[in-house]
Design a protein around this ligand. Structure first.
Ligand code: 4NP
Length: 153
């Protein structure tokens, strides 16, 4: 799960995905990162953490890190929050296989729409609730899809 700062959107996506994986009994390796180095080592933005907690997801202990080229080998799927993240991550890909791992997360919810999860950093509380709802709906589809693929074997 990737955004710009790894303190507002992608930690929420990571927390939601961890919870859904656990609820569905999926053994997944899940992490998040930022394309920038602005907030490395910081816990999630207080507003993101409080909103997530209100929605029964604990992200308070996560710490921001920067996306690296190693992430292409460590992960099968790389979900980015917006088109700028998409361009930044794809610019680091060395192969077509790596490039194909990168997807706008809202395309899981609204196929081919190329919509972005709005950056809530400079806005109010409603922006954080909107981010949670969008990511919760997208992650439900991602987790259900993986669960049904696992059933098929
Ligand atoms: P995020 O939000 O990418 O969802 O973590 C932001 C966090 C920090 C900044 C921008 C967006 N910033 O400019 O510091």
């Amino acid at each position: 799960m990737v955004c710009l700062g790894n303190i507002c959107r992608s930690p929420v996506a990571e927390g939601i995905m961890r919870k859904k994986a656990s609820d569905k009994g999926l053994n997944l390796f899940i992490d998040s990162a930022g394309t920038s180095n602005y907030h490395i080592g910081e816990h999630p933005d207080r507003r993101s953490a409080e909103n997530a907690k209100k929605n029964r997801v604990d992200i308070s202990k996560l710490k921001a890190r920067q996306f690296t080229t190693n992430d292409f080998s460590d992960f099968d799927l790389i979900y980015v929050m917006d088109s700028s993240n998409y361009n930044d991550v794809v610019a680091l890909a060395k192969t077509a296989e790596d490039r194909n791992k990168v997807q706008l997360i809202l395309n899981s919810l609204y196929p081919d729409s190329n919509m972005s999860v709005p950056d809530p950093y400079y806005g109010g509380e409603q922006g954080f609730e909107n981010v949670f709802t969008l990511l919760n709906n997208a992650c439900e589809i991602i987790a259900s899809t993986i669960a049904s693929e696992n059933e098929k074997g």
